[in-house]
Each structure stands twice: as structure tokens, then as C-alpha cells.
Design a binder for this molecule. Structure first.
Ligand code: AGP
Length: 616
């Protein structure tokens, strides 16, 4: 996730902003930048690639000081890590600087319009498009606040921005649209703070206000004025956070798992960030060391992982085989090395691991290394062993720390990482036309917003359903094709945090055994989006109903046919068939969470489990 810090007040903004970015350093990123304003020195922009220490070296060489500043951490950008793509970005006049968290789904359309107006861009980023759009409105209205009010509603997707103009020194303008990750305002004496995460400002204040969707704040050293984007004033009392960073890190959530479920729109934005070029229809996986020729030589992929990550590997098989037309075998990592696999010299190992420390997955990577087969690791923890073992390079999730033992945001980010890898493979093998790739990428960049929509629209329904089912002693999850792994994942979520026995099954296998389990006491979750296999799922639902099972269907919004059959129907928006698992899993996470809470279970640290299994 991008890290954002802003400051206005009496201190040297450079100290506050850099200190805040350091607080966010655990997330890992590849570039950072700050913009500081001082009436005498003017606008001082410092950006660097690599770790934050490089920016600090840059600041040592060319100090910046002033009482107004913003800072941002980001990772790989198109065409490798470049300074020109690092934030902050400036508008065409050079007087307005902007930092952003999120993704502008329609940035190409906006960029085209601005290019027609004669503007020329320096970077390939969507952020620079925002800066130019604000600058364009600024030329008309002469007010940064008004320019942001007019520009933001034109953006599609979840975005949070912080901006200032040298023509209106002493104020930051902050705005949030959709779910692009949090924006927290910190209140001080004669100074105020802005950050994407509490941890960045806890050293200075505990009094905070969270900016909500479609809200804007004008922040000066003495005041915070919050309003809706439309301009209606918003009154919101500050909250005082506990000094303990761990509970502060939980924010308003009861459990880390709950927080991480709701972080998914932002996490999905971050796993995409800087990796797709919609215009060219290409994917750039910045840390992958395998070039097109090496990727073209791969004709067989062995995907290996454990638990939830193994479910992600199963979904990845569908994505890679469908998009890149490369054969994928999926193995439990704990089984892989013991079956003495014969990998072959055209093989590639794809290891998937949130922690990057799971002993079985690491052992599978060692097995590949012994057979001189290159490996790629989809991993969340920056610098973890799996990332270092992967001679083909890591594909980082950038989901931020996942504290809850039950994996949620890492799982959906793994799905997207698999999808990106599949497209990258397809690109190397020239399997898709640029237009076909663009269509897939467009569906991808709409995913964070759709995920936010699912979480918002199904939260209450899932909580109510949990009331209905939390006494159950068994549950069955059914899915087909790319949603069969989601049946497995939904069942695992339920059993690992609520201790209810749950089983995921391919729906077509029901008649070969599990149908004997069906009775009125058994909740049966059927994952049945409108996809090529829908009619089969519908008949499976009818079979369950015929035996008085209780059906909870996960269906595509508007599917009245399924709603007529199932006892309860949870709708998710339409998306590309290969991406439906990213949306269908969300209600299952919420359902298992609320059931576990009702059963009084320790949601974040379920019994007998560990976040990372580093022993066999
Ligand atoms: C997921 O909810 C579980 N906590 C567990 O199955 C986990 O996915 C598995 O242990 C693999 O962990 P890893 O992704 O860190 O390798």
C-alpha cells in the first residue's frame, strides 16, 4: 500500500514527513519522495528510488525545510523503478503538488482529454493525471480547494489525495473517494497532520479524525475544515486513540481479521499499483528476473503452497492455463518434495506464501533448486526467505502486514498476483492481442471498487446470516471450476476460526457421496456466479433443496433465478469470469468472521494455529 504523510504547522515539515514515512517502512516499497514548501526557499521536491534511506541521503545532500510538506512511499512503476514516476507529482504549472493512494480506473480517458488540451506528461502514472486535472481546474477557479472538489468526482475508482499549492501556502487539501485506504487527520497545537495510517503520526498526536468516503478537508496549522465533496460542512469530533500502537493499528475494528477484510479494496489497489499499463495492454512485474525469452521457454508450471495459499494456487491454475495457455500442476507443498517430482528443464516452480517462511513451501523451492528449475515466489512479507530463494524473483503482494491468523487480504491479493503473472506470461508468449489484454486489465482495475461494493452491500446480510447459522456443527461449501477453490477457502475460513467442521467440495461430486450429508440442519454454501458453468450449479442448488438442505447462494447481482431457489442469496457484482473468485470469497470471509465472533472464538489467534508454520 502507498504510504502518505502530510504536515502543516510550526515544526520543520521534513522531519515530520520523513519520520512518518519511516513508521510506514515495514510495508516495503521501492521509491519515496517529499515536497516541502518554505516562503524563502519555495517548493523543494526530493524523490528517490529504492529504500527510504536513499531519500534521506538525497536530503542530506540537498536539505529541504519549511512548515508545509507532504511525503509518499511507492513501489515499482512502469518500465522499472524510476524517479520520474515517484510521487509527489506536479501539475502543468509546477505550483501544485499531489500525492495519491488508490487507482484511477479512467485515467486513460482523462489523460487523453488533457493531451488534447495541449498538455504533455512526464510520467506514466495516473497520479500525474490527477495533478494536471486539478491544475486545469485551478486555472479557472483560482482555489485549490475548489479545484480538488471539481476534479475528484471525475475520477473512477478508490482514491485518496493530499495536495498543496505554492500560491496558497499554509494549507493542505485532502480528499477521499471510495476505498483507497484510510485517511487520518491528526490534531495538534498550532499544527496538524495527515496520514494514510495512524502509525505515521502517533509520535505527535493521539487526537484523530478519520476522513470518510467523498469527503474533503482543508488543513492549516490552526484549523481543520471537513466537508463533503459537494461542499456540505461535516462536523466530526476527534477520537483519542490508545497509545499502544498495536491497538491503534486495529483502528476502529474489533479484530485484525475484520480490519484486514475491509482493507482488501486498498490491498487490491496496491498489488496492482505500478504494474499495469492499460494503454499498452501490458503488465510489468518489477522484481521478476525472468525475461520474455525465459518465460517463453516455460511449458509447465508447478504451483505449490499450503492452506489458503494452496487455494490461491488452484485459482491461479485456471488463470494461467486460460490466459497464457501454459500447463499448471498444483501440489500441496507438504506433499511435493516427498513424491520425488520429475520437473524437467522446461519447468518453473511458482511458490505462493503470505509469510514467505512456511517450511514446506521453502522445502519445495529447495527441491526445484536441486533440479535446477527456476522458481518465482508470490509473497507478502518483504525480504522473506521465499523472496530470497526465488531465483526468478518475488512478486510482492504489498498487502501490508497480515496479523490475523486467518488469511484474508493476502488471499485476494494472491489471486490478483496470479492473474498478473498469467498476463505477464501471456505477454511473453504473445498469446493475447493487446485488445484482449486491455479488456482483462480493465476488469482488473475495476476490482478494488467492486470489492468495496461487496463488503459494503453484504456486511449486514452476512452478520444476520451468522446469527442464523452459528450453532451449526457442520457445513458444506460447493463450487465448480474456478470457484471450487473458493468453496475450499470458505470452508477453511469457517473451520479455522469458528471450529465448526466444514468441507469444500466440487459441486459435481455431490452425487458421489456428500449428498448423503444433506438435511435441514446442514447449511450448504453454493458459490454460483453467472459463469459458463452456472446452469450446473443451479441444478446442484435444486438437488440440495430437494433434500431440505439450507442453501446460501453467492450469486451475481440481479440473478433472480438463483434467488428464487436458494434460502439466502448474497449478491456480488459481475466481473470477468477469471476474477469472480476475488469477489465471491468476500462474503465467505465475513460470514466466517461473524460466526466465530458469535461463538466467542479467538478470531485473530484461533486455537492450535500459528500465522506462519515454520516447522514441519
Ligand atoms: C490461512 O487462513 C491459514 N492461516 C493457513 O492455511 C495459511 O494460509 C498457510 O499456513 C500458509 O501460510 P503462508 O501463506 O504464509 O505460506
Amino acid at each position: 500500500m502507498c504510504g502518505i504523510v502530510g504536515y502543516v504547522g510550526l515544526r520543520n515539515a521534513t522531519d515530520v514527513v520523513v519520520g512518518g514515512l519511516q513508521r510506514l517502512e515495514y510495508r516495503g516499497y521501492d521509491s519515496a519522495g517529499i515536497a516541502i514548501y518554505d516562503p524563502a526557499a519555495g517548493l523543494q521536491l526530493r524523490r528517490s528510488v529504492g529504500k527510504l534511506s536513499n531519500l534521506m541521503i538525497r536530503l542530506h545532500e540537498a536539505p529541504a525545510s519549511g512548515n508545509l510538506g507532504i511525503g509518499h512511499t511507492r513501489w515499482a512503476t512502469h518500465g522499472g523503478v524510476t524517479e520520474v514516476n515517484a510521487h509527489p507529482h506536479r501539475d502543468q504549472s509546477g505550483d501544485i503538488v499531489v500525492i495519491q493512494n488508490g487507482i484511477v480506473e479512467n485515467y486513460l480517458e482523462l489523460k487523453g482529454r488533457l493531451l488534447e488540451q495541449g498538455y504533455s506528461f512526464h510520467s506514466q502514472t495516473d497520479t500525474e493525471v490527477i495533478a494536471y486535472l486539478v491544475g486545469d481546474y485551478y486555472r479557472v477557479c483560482g482555489s485549490l480547494e475548489q479545484a480538488v472538489r471539481r476534479a475528484l468526482p471525475e475520477l473512477r475508482g478508490g482514491n485518496a489525495i493530499v495536495a498543496f499549492s505554492v500560491r496558497e501556502p499554509g494549507q493542505l487539501v485532502v480528499a477521499r473517494l471510495g476505498n483507497a485506504g484510510g485517511v487520518v487527520l491528526g490534531l495538534g497545537e498550532g499544527e496538524n497532520f495527515v496520514a494514510s495510517d495512524l502509525l505515521a503520526i502517533l509520535d505527535y498526536t493521539r487526537d484523530v479524525i478519520f476522513l470518510e468516503d467523498r469527503e474533503l478537508a482543508v488543513v492549516t496549522g490552526d484549523a481543520l475544515q471537513i466537508s463533503t465533496l459537494a461542499g456540505a460542512p461535516v462536523e466530526r469530533a476527534p477520537a483519542t486513540v490508545q497509545w499502544d500502537p498495536v491497538s491503534a493499528a486495529k483502528g476502529d475494528y474489533k479484530h485484525f481479521m475484520q480490519k484486514e477484510i475491509y482493507e482488501q479494496p486498498r490491498a487490491l489497489t496496491d498489488v496492482l499499483r505500478g504494474r499495469i499499463d492499460l494503454e499498452a495492454g501490458t503488465v510489468n512485474l518489477e522484481d521478476l528476473s525472468l525475461d520474455d525469452a525465459a518465460l517463453h521457454r516455460v511449458s509447465r508450471i508447478y504451483a505449490t503452497a499450503c492452506g489458503t495459499a494452496w487455494h490461491a494456487a488452484l485459482v491461479g491454475k485456471f488463470m494461467i492455463e486460460s490466459l497464457a495457455r501454459v500447463r499448471v500442476e498444483v501440489d500441496y507443498a507438504s506433499e511435493f518434495r516427498y513424491r520425488q517430482p520429475i520437473l524437467g528443464d522446461d519447468a518453473l516452480l511458482l511458490a505462493i506464501s503470505q509469510s514467505g517462511e512456511t517450511v514446506d513451501t521453502l522445502a519445495a523451492m529447495e527441491e526445484a533448486r536441486e533440479q535446477r528449475v527456476p522458481s518465482v515466489a508470490i509473497v507478502n512479507a518483504i525480504g522473506a526467505q521465499a523472496a530470497r530463494l526465488a531465483d526468478g524473483g518475488p512478486i510482492y503482494l504489498h498487502a501490508g502486514p497480515e496479523i490475523g491468523v486467518a488469511s484474508t487480504k493476502a488471499f485476494t491479493s494472491m489471486l490478483v498476483a496470479n492473474f498478473l503473472f498469467a498476463l505477464r506470461l501471456a505477454q511473453a508468449r504473445k498469446v493475447l492481442t493487446p485488445q484482449q489484454a486491455r479488456e482483462q486489465l480493465q476488469a482488473l482495475i475495476e476490482l478494488p471498487r467492486k470489492a468495496a461494493q461487496v463488503l459494503e452491500q453484504t456486511a449486514q446480510q452476512c452478520e444476520a446470516l451468522a446469527e442464523h447459522f452459528y450453532h451449526a456443527s457442520n457445513a458444506l461449501y460447493l463450487g465448480r471450476q474456478i470457484n471450487y477453490p473458493i468453496a475450499l477457502e470458505g470452508a477453511l475460513k469457517l473451520k479455522e476460526i469458528s471450529y465448526i467442521h466444514a468441507e469444500g467440495y466440487p459441486a459435481g461430486e455431490m452425487k458421489h457421496g456428500p449428498v448423503a450429508l444433506i438435511d435441514e440442519a446442514l447449511p450448504v454454501v453454493c458459490i454460483a456466479p453467472r459463469d459458463p458453468i452456472y446452469a450446473k450449479m443451479l441444478s446442484n442448488v435444486e438437488q440440495v433443496k430437494a433434500r431440505h438442505g439450507q442453501v446460501i447462494a453467492i450469486a451475481t447481482e440481479g440473478d433472480t433465478q438463483m434467488a428464487a431457489q436458494a434460502d439466502h442469496t448474497i449478491f456480488v457484482p459481475e466481473t470477468a469470469p477469471l476474477l469472480t473468485p476475488v469477489l465471491t470469497v468476500l462474503p465467505l470471509q465475513l460470514l466466517s468472521y461473524h460466526i466465530a465472533v458469535l461463538r466467542g472464538c479467538d478470531v485473530d489467534q484461533p486455537r492450535n494455529l500459528a500465522k506462519s508454520v515454520t516447522v514441519e
